[in-house]
Design a protein. Structure first.
Length: 174
């Protein structure tokens, strides 16, 4: 891995890279974290949901590296490019990228309520720094909008928000 980073750095200084797009279905977490560590000016991250988040618990070294990266990185925009994402994966990404302002993800219908509550809690927890959520939905329609409204309003989760359907995606601003 150090050789790869060195070779990449010879082509273009890694400090100039601001957008990181992972197109592989799987990359080892340690390699991903090492790459992120070598590219300190990343502000936009696009990954398939299974690319970095493994089912095993993180080792002590991985936990420490995530902690260090979370304090140093500038990632404000995260996009999950595949169909599904689990709550565990979302938690990992918000731990790794605490400065998220924009998040785009596909949600499965069977987990929408739980995921929406998670996103809203993150909006509140981060004092609304995380203020724009894009839900890319394969079957987006007004029923999804009504359902999200009922989740938010039913439990009084947000006081001031906007929910819009635009080009097949649902956008939540607060």
């Amino acid at each position: 891995m150090p050789l790869l980073i060195h070779n990449l750095n010879d082509i273009i200084p890694l400090t100039q890279i601001t957008e990181f797009v992972v197109e592989y279905g799987y990359i080892f977490l340690k390699k991903f974290l090492t790459l992120l560590q070598s590219m300190p000016n990343i502000n936009s991250l696009t990954i398939p949901q299974t690319a970095i988040i493994q089912t095993h618990d993180l080792s002590e070294n991985e936990i420490e590296l995530v902690r260090i990266l979370s304090k140093k990185n500038h990632i404000k925009k995260v996009t999950i490019s595949n169909r599904e994402c689990t709550l565990k994966q979302l938690r990992f990404l918000f731990d790794l990228c605490p400065q998220i302002e924009y998040f785009k993800v596909n949600l499965t219908e069977n987990h929408e309520d739980l995921m929406m509550k998670f996103f809203i809690s993150k909006m509140k927890e981060n004092n609304y720094r995380f203020c724009l959520l894009c839900l890319a939905h394969w079957d987006t329609n007004n029923n999804v909008i009504k359902r999200i409204h009922s989740i938010i309003d039913g439990e009084h989760l947000l006081d001031n928000y906007s929910l819009e359907l635009f080009k097949g995606n649902v956008y939540l601003w607060c």
